[in-house]
Design a binder for this molecule. Structure first.
Ligand SMILES: Nc1ncnc2c1ncn2[C@@H]1O[C@H](COP(=O)(O)OP(=O)(O)OP(=O)(O)O)[C@@H](O)[C@H]1O
Length: 264
């Protein structure tokens, strides 16, 4: 489904500030895999997300989705296959537009050109049905400006928008990190349900170790631009946070340094 072959990404190449953000990354995801990603500060997690979504191009290597090489296609072209939710609840939505207008944009993404931006009765019904599935009452607020929603409500809407057109891949970039614990839990539960129901191939960056162990069927750990640990479902089920941190230390030779680490 998703194949990342020998991807290297350098920032400021050939200068004294050269930084290898990703070094020879090889990662293959099967359809329906839900992979959690943890790592130290500056490990390359966001860069990996940016390379997959097309925000950045690799200097070396190739990204393929369903056997098609996508390294030369733009972020916009890839939005047909890839949905993404960011940490910042402000990032995925347009605050001055209403909920239904935001959903109309998401609905149009990846569809044929010329499809209207407008919201007719049929679309409104569809949006309302989809919002109802979130279970937080947004279906009664279709004409509310998104800027007025709470962070949790916006992340729920962002998740719906990112998955509206049934993407093949869902990228979650610390999407619960800016929320208070109760809202983070709500969005986590919603994420699990959406991923399961839509059978989405998912990569989720998190600073929450317990969450990284509990969710998904595979866990990868990054350090200094490399994947240093790749833990399959069978091992993950019995793993504890202490064991995970211990393995990281053993392999990397240093303690996991993460300003935002949450142990459980
Ligand atoms: N645009 C850029 N220009 C120069 N260096 C960059 C740029 N973006 C990222 N880097 C560097 O590349 C490395 C990887 O950064 P990245 O943001 O991918 O790490 P991360 O694992 O997401 O980190 P964190 O968890 O701290 O957000 C870091 O050393 C970072 O400073």
């Amino acid at each position: 489904m998703l194949d990342i072959k020998n991807v290297t990404k350098l920032f400021n190449p050939g200068t004294p500030d050269e930084k290898a953000a990703l070094v020879d990354i090889r990662l293959s995801l099967k359809e329906g895999d839900f992979v959690t990603v943890i790592g130290s500060n500056g490990a390359g997690k966001s860069t990996l997300m940016n390379i997959i979504s097309g925000v950045m191009k690799p200097d070396i290597g190739e990204v393929s989705i369903d056997g098609t090489k996508v390294s030369s296609s733009s972020e916009y072209q890839r939005s047909r296959w890839i949905g993404r939710v960011f940490q910042d609840p402000m990032a995925g939505t347009a605050p001055h537009m209403t909920i239904e207008e935001n959903l109309a944009i998401a609905y149009r993404r990846g569809r044929r050109r010329g499809l209207s931006w407008g919201v007719n009765a049929a679309k409104r019904k569809l949006f309302s049905e989809q919002l109802e599935r979130l279970g937080i009452g947004l279906e009664n607020r279709l004409k509310a400006k998104v800027g007025l929603l709470s962070g949790g409500e916006r992340q729920a809407l962002s998740l719906l928008m990112a998955t509206f057109t049934q993407p093949q891949i869902l990228l979650l970039d610390e999407h619960t990190a800016a929320l208070d614990p109760a809202r983070a839990e709500l969005i986590t539960k919603l994420t699990e349900r959406v991923v399961r129901e839509m059978k989405l191939t998912t990569l989720m960056v998190t600073h929450n170790m317990e969450q990284a162990i509990r969710l998904g069927n595979r866990l990868i750990m990054m350090d200094k631009g490399r994947i240093i640990l790749d833990i399959p479902e069978e091992r993950k089920e019995h793993l504890t946070v202490d064991q995970l941190l211990g393995e990281f230390e053993q392999i990397s030779g240093h303690k996991l340094a993460d300003d935002r680490i949450v142990l459980g």
